[in-house]
Design a binder for this molecule. Structure first.
Ligand code: UDP
Length: 445
């Protein structure tokens, strides 16, 4: 009989971003189900609730000294502060775990918390980096870095429709936009490039979907890259304490016709101004399609929730749609009544959408969203990208996705892609095999 007490302890870092923390906790749950002891080192900001997890999970709070996520002016400063502030307490936790007799410890760290890789290497522990963004983002990020170092990629480039030379299918406008100064950008870049070399890379994706980018990633890292995804399909998702899900929308969906509702959500970070919200609102109303709209409190500038919706909209759409603060998104996307997803193209949202075979309407804002939207609309052809935020354009695109023949073709393609997800997860599939390889690797440590 194997003695699991001899198995390595797996320490995972959870960052304060909902879109990063969810897949990290899913990965922790999967490794726990494989028999590993789990410790979660987490920022105090947006900390996970231990009561939502198995009682033998250990939680290690990190002193982050941060009170709120600043995704406006100085995201670079926020990331730098997160890494600088969390490092000492992470080191202390690991030293204590070692002195308590944990013979072997493997550290799986979110790449945004790269300090953890350095600490692991200093203590002779095995560092594994976990990436919760798309693989196609990685080459695009490198291109952006090269352009930025040449002093390019100023704001006017942001609207450029031209293709980036030698980087098909990307246009300049698809590259991750950065408002940071060149100095800030260089600082962030050099912090990332000084990262410890990981022993292994884990990517929340499906091999067949992002094959080309993964080949480039393999060449870049020169260590095994395990494609393990979609993680939310491999483990139940524990709640993250972010916002309470409003499950009443499921009862509302139950009463709608099959594939008649467009679901709208822009994730956990995007903020909108009231003008944009007004165009969205009238676009939805004019499309004459049923809608379920998740509007996160505080996501509209200077507004608690939906006070800034245009006058008359609520009354006019009373029988057409429903607005909630936070939806049970995975359940919503899997509901028979949902026929389309208008999304900001965060990677979790795309994986969740593909897993349920729902056509998309893309409205990217920042980070990897532009690249993701480009792949969804131009390469995988499972959605349409909204290029102009104007009510008539919005109404017309909603109808193209929901009722036109074009939408039917998109639906067929995304349905086929859902099949690829199933294949990857099945016995012998790439994600299934990657998990076995990862378990084998950790056991060999
Ligand atoms: N989400 C949710 N309810 C909502 C809106 C979003 O549960 O009303 C979840 C969604 O299922 C996804 C995550 O929030 O898992 C958003 O992650 P994503 O990577 O798409 O975007 P981010 O929030 O990181 O920008």
């Amino acid at each position: 009989m194997e003695d699991r007490r001899q198995w390595p302890l797996v320490v995972l870092t959870a960052s304060p971003f909902h879109g990063h923390m969810s897949p990290t906790l899913q990965l922790a749950t999967i490794l726990h189900s494989k028999g590993f002891s789990i410790a979660i080192a987490h920022s105090k900001l947006n900390a996970p609730d231990p009561s939502n997890h198995p009682s033998d999970f250990t939680f290690l709070p990190l002193s982050d000294n941060l009170s709120t996520i600043d995704n406006s002016n100085s995201f670079t400063d926020f990331i730098n502060a997160l890494n600088t502030n969390c490092k000492p307490s992470f080191q202390e936790h690991l030293i204590r775990l070692i002195t308590e007799g944990n013979k072997s410890i493997v550290v799986i760290y979110d790449n945004i918390m790269h300090f953890a890789g350095g600490v692991a290497v200093d203590l002779n522990l095995v560092p594994i980096v976990f990436r919760s963004c798309s693989a196609v983002y990685f080459p695009a990020f490198i291109v952006r870095q090269q352009l930025r170092q040449q002093g390019r990629y100023l704001e006017e480039d942001f609207v450029m429709q031209e293709m980036v030379p030698n980087h098909h299918p990307l246009r300049y406008k698809d590259l991750p936009f950065s408002s940071s100064s060149i100095e800030d950008f260089k600082k962030l870049g050099s912090n990332f490039s000084r990262q410890a070399r990981p022993s292994v890379v884990i990517w929340n994706t499906i091999q067949s979907l992002e094959h080309e980018a993964l080949t480039q990633i393999n060449e870049h890292f020169q260590v095994p890259v395990f494609t393990l995804g979609p993680l939310h399909k491999m483990a139940p998702s524990p709640p993250t304490n972010f916002l309470e899900e409003d499950t009443s929308c499921i009862n509302w969906l139950d009463k709608q016709a099959p594939k008649s509702v467009i679901y709208i959500s822009f994730g956990s970070l995007v903020t909108l101004d009231a003008k944009v919200l007004a165009e969205m609102a009238w676009g939805l109303a004019n499309s004459e399609q049923r809608f379920l709209w998740a509007v996160r409190p505080g996501s509209v500038c200077d507004s608690e929730w939906i006070e800034f919706l245009p006058k008359g909209f609520i009354e006019e759409t009373r029988d057409q749609g429903l607005i909630v603060k936070w939806a049970p998104q995975r359940e919503v996307l899997g509901h028979f009544a949902v026929g389309g997803f208008w999304s900001h193209c965060g990677w979790n949202s795309i994986l969740e959408c593909i897993s349920e075979g729902v056509p998309m309407m893309c409205q990217p804002f920042t980070a990897d969203q532009g690249v993701n939207a480009r792949y969804v609309s131009y390469v995988w052809k499972i959605g349409l990208e909204l290029e102009c935020f104007e009510r008539r354009e919005i109404a017309s695109m909603i109808r193209r996705v929901m009722v036109d023949e074009e939408g039917e073709e998109i639906r067929d393609r995304v349905h086929n892609m859902k099949g690829l997800v199933r294949q990857a997860l099945d016995n012998g599939g790439t994600s299934h095999e990657s998990l076995e390889d990862l378990v084998g690797f950790i056991l060999s440590c």
